[in-house]
Design a protein around this ligand. Structure first.
Ligand code: GLV
Ligand code: MN
Ligand code: MN
Length: 411
């Protein structure tokens, strides 16, 4: 017999290859690509088979709804994201959606209705791997996106407006006040803590604050054979020194502060040309927002110093700012109780990774459940989760829904 946990894992595996991936020999599913549309098509069939009515909102999120006993009651949302990083693992995002579908399927099979509707939501742009922004679609749902944030183009110059959504109606994806009871997201831990503790699942206490910048270093492109070393304005070596400074600032902090340069592009990109322009991203995170901001300021000062010494120009554009997001204390208690009912010891941990939950916290109380992943590896095709752990997670989600139903006080 295939259990719900095993089926959730198998479905993520199914979505890990073409036509649900835009990349040969691996997984890359970015927002609004053919692979994204194909994955939504498949997910929509699974949602319907589990007893949900399905719609796509103005931000191209896919939403399945399972009615409760009172259609006017605010809905519990269960969700995560369908998009991925480049050369991704298969479970970061989709697993939380598949677990939502499995939970509804189990309720549907048992002909059970809660006092509130449940909606499973598949967000589209958590990773920010296509457009220079992230969590666009959950920000649209939470009502924290401004219209000018939609003026975006991907690296091929395709504007968001031409990518399959209408930016003039995009913000209508916002949920109306009073229609959302809570948001629950299950996710692989993407870190080593649960594995080290020998635990299958844990309750998340909150998510670290994030800041992201796009940096452009400009020097002078010139001939690699004729320009003597002292006369160069090499954007590449300047950027390299900047990256080492970023690493040093984060290391010297010796806290939970982390800083990453994850994407670099050197132009014009030829072996015999001194690079005239280098573009790179900077991602800075800490559970403590003030610490994150102090580090970002120190990075800014260091980078400006390096640019000035090397006669380069530097432009730093902030593309992302998400505050630290604590999970709801009452929902954490309900999750701990649900975990205890599975026979596992309740355990709490913080999330260094970002999740749509940190955006949804502006709209409603949020809860997150982490699932152990092998060697703590994520954002890597080697990402692995044990179906037996996912089964335990599904039991905990079912218990959480039941606990929420028992504690629900109608409007
Ligand atoms: C999402 O995976 C993030 O933490 O950047
Ligand atoms: Mn991710
Ligand atoms: Mn994720």
């Amino acid at each position: 017999m295939v259990t719900g946990g095993a089926r959730a894992v198998a479905r993520c595996d199914m979505l890990g290859v073409a036509p649900y991936s835009d990349m040969e020999g691996g997984l890359y599913r970015a927002y609004l690509t053919p692979a994204y549309a194909a994955a939504q098509g498949r997910l929509s069939e699974w949602m319907e088979a589990a007893g949900m009515t399905v719609r796509r909102d103005a931000a191209a999120n896919l939403i399945g709804r399972y009615e409760g006993t009172d259609a006017t009651a605010p809905a519990l949302l269960i969700g995560s994201h369908l998009d991925s990083v480049r050369d991704a693992g298969r479970y970061d995002g989709p697993l939380g959606i598949m677990l939502g579908v499995e939970a509804i399927d189990a309720l549907h099979q048992a002909d059970k209705r809660l006092p509130f509707p449940i909606e499973v939501i598949a967000f589209g742009d958590e990773e920010g791997s296509r457009f220079p922004a992230a969590m666009l679609t959950s920000r649209a749902v939470a009502g924290t996106l401004s219209p000018d944030a939609l003026d975006l183009s991907d690296s091929d110059g395709v504007a968001l407006q031409d990518a399959g959504v209408d930016t003039s109606t995009y913000l209508s994806a916002v949920r109306a006040p009073g229609t959302t009871l809570a948001y629950l997201e299950a996710h692989i831990e993407q870190g080593p803590v649960l594995e080290a503790k020998g635990l299958a699942i844990g309750t998340v206490t909150g998510i670290a604050a994030q800041l992201r910048f796009a940096a452009i270093v400009t020097g002078q492109a010139n001939h690699a054979g004729t320009t003597t070393m002292g006369l160069r304005r090499d954007a590449m070596t300047g950027a390299a020194e900047m990256m080492l400074a970023i690493e040093r600032i984060a290391r010297d902090d010796a806290s939970d502060l982390v800083a990453t340069v994850g994407r670099v592009e050197a132009l014009p990109g030829a072996p015999n040309v001194i690079p005239g322009e280098v573009r790179f991203t900077i991602d800075v995170r800490s559970g403590d927002e003030a610490r994150r901001n102090r580090a970002a300021q120190a990075i800014l000062v260091a980078l400006e110093g390096i640019a000035s010494t090397r006669h380069l120009s530097l432009s730093l554009n902030q593309i992302h700012d998400l505050p630290a997001s604590p999970c709801d204390p009452a929902l954490m208690d309900l999750m701990d109780a649900a975990i205890a009912d599975t026979g596992q010891p309740p355990f709490r941990l913080v999330s260094g990774a970002g999740h749509d939950a940190m955006v949804m916290a502006a709209l409603c109380p949020t809860a997150m459940l982490f699932i152990r992943c092998k060697d703590g590896i994520s954002h890597n095709p080697a990402e692995h989760v044990d179906p037996a752990d996912v089964d335990i997670a599904l039991q905990a989600i079912m218990g959480f829904i039941e606990n929420l139903g028992e504690n629900f006080v109608g409007a």
